[in-house]
Design a binder for this molecule. Structure first.
Ligand SMILES: [Zn+2]
Length: 470
């Protein structure tokens, strides 16, 4: 049975307007201003078509979150959202594809790292999924594996400048960039100066200042800005475009803009938490403050403002969540007297579209088209999924979100789809909500929730479609 979604406001790259979408099998067959009965042509056959009325609703391409960490084992704790619950939360909020960070731990090959993550996701995912590969060790053998990873559908990689068990030397980052450039992929980076963070942490430790409030003190905006500058300098020397994940500060952004003004091709991701929350949260009582322990930490209102402006102006390319949920009870609360023991991360994969719609679109900060670009189109392009995903166009996967802008509510840990006991957005008012979600043409979410389990597919991805002007 084909499906005809009628009378919605279609959010297309060139603008939004009322129209219809015809779905056939897993694909979009037609997008138009009024698709009529025409069995011979591009229209629909009423005998074989389910009509879905989207009057009063917005129709978005399925949202893509290219920054999740499901079932993450940080060496002490495992994050409670696995691929089943994480992807369920994702699709319930309108996100039809996620890219998770598979990690090659030291001593492993890239292939082993990838296989570990495939095993965690297999048969569990409720939305489509793919993997970036985080590289934590570099040598000749691993260098040869980059090509094999591309053949296995992994064209994006990540390096860390922070965390002693993950970070690499500048010379290694330089070599990885070149290698990833050769396969037409893109290298992302966690930009924070890990050496300085360790030094600042040791200084506080010596003074016995280890409560939660100190978390942002060891990771000031300078350690981000310095790392961004170094990373982009390395990229300039390697002669390749690069991506910066979870950019949090106005200072970091200024470094990016400076590099761009010299002609460098730099992609930037930020996250809802850096747009919507500020560092005063660390002054809350320790149990509440621990919710906000993630890295980079929260910044000042001026940073939020700079990031919103950058998002509206096209200086920020994607918004991912960095979803990495940990419970307060039994996990984060183990570090209330030593902030270095608090597992870093927050839930967010379910709430990103609602937060961006409410505090971006409805608040007049960004347009509908910008929201679709940041959450669907740009992630699909940068990570080799376009035009299969990320756009409402004939031939694309029929990943579709019917969004009711009139619905209102508020975010609560108790009622969220994430499988944890906290949310950084507790009591945030939201406007707009999912009415229905289609995943490759199948109804995946309706007013009762998820319609069927485990229908997500692995996404083998192609080369990055670079869209920034050099
Ligand atoms: Zn992350």
């Amino acid at each position: 049975m084909d499906k005809l979604i009628k009378n919605g406001i279609l959010v297309l790259p060139q603008g939004h307007s009322k129209g219809d979408i015809l779905l056939q099998g897993e694909k979009i067959k037609a997008v138009g201003g009024g698709i009529s009965y025409d069995p011979e042509g591009i229209g629909y056959n009423p005998l074989n078509t389910e009509i879905i009325d989207a009057e009063g609703c917005l129709v978005f391409p399925g949202f893509i979150d290219t920054h999740t960490h499901f079932q993450l084992d940080n060496g002490h704790f495992t994050s409670p959202d696995d691929f089943a619950s994480g992807s369920r939360a994702a699709i319930l909020g309108g996100t039809t594809a996620i890219l998770d960070f598979a990690t090659q731990n030291r001593g492993e090959t890239l292939a082993q790292g990838l296989a570990n993550w495939h095993a965690m996701a297999k048969d569990k995912a409720n939305c489509d999924y793919g993997f970036h590969l985080a590289i934590s060790e570099w040598n000749q053998q691993i260098s040869r594996e980059i090509k094999e990873m591309a053949a296995a559908g992994v064209t994006s990689f990540k390096v860390y400048m922070a965390y002693d068990n993950l970070r690499l030397k500048d010379s290694e980052i330089f070599q990885i960039m070149k290698k990833v450039g050769e396969i037409g992929g893109i290298l992302g980076c966690h930009c924070e100066n890990g050496d300085l963070i360790s030094c600042l942490t040791d200084q506080l430790k010596a003074k016995g200042e280890m409560d939660v409030r100190n978390h942002p003190r060891v990771r000031p905006a300078q350690v981000e800005a310095e790392a961004v500058y170094r990373y982009l300098t390395i990229a300039e020397m390697a002669g390749v475009p690069v991506n910066i994940v979870h950019l949090s500060s106005a200072r970091g952004l200024a470094v990016v803009e400076e590099a761009r003004s010299r002609g460098q091709e730099v992609y930037v991701e930020t996250c809802p938490q850096y747009l919507l929350l500020e560092d005063s949260r660390y002054e809350l009582p320790p149990r509440q403050a621990a919710v906000y322990v993630f890295s980079p930490p929260l910044r000042k209102p001026a940073d939020q403002q700079a990031l919103w402006q950058a998002a509206a102006a096209g200086q920020v390319d994607t918004i991912g969540t960095d979803h990495c949920s940990f419970n307060i009870t039994g996990q984060k609360d183990q570090g209330l007297h030593d902030f270095t023991r608090i597992p870093n991360g927050i839930p967010g994969v379910s709430h990103r579209p609602q937060l961006l719609y409410t505090y971006g679109v409805a608040a007049g900060k960004i347009s509908l088209e910008t929201m679709a670009r940041l959450l669907s189109e740009n992630p699909a392009k940068l990570f080799g999924l376009y035009p299969r995903k990320g756009v409402l166009a004939p031939g694309s996967d029929a990943d579709i979100v019917i969004w009711d802008p009139a619905k209102t509510g508020s975010i609560k840990a108790e009622t969220q789809a994430h499988q944890v006991d906290n949310t950084p957005y507790e009591d945030f008012k939201v406007k707009g909500a999912v009415r229905a979600v289609y995943l490759r043409g199948r109804l995946a979410v309706d007013d009762k929730g998820l319609t069927e389990e485990g229908k997500g597919c692995y996404l083998a991805r192609g080369k990055s479609l670079l869209f920034r002007q050099k």
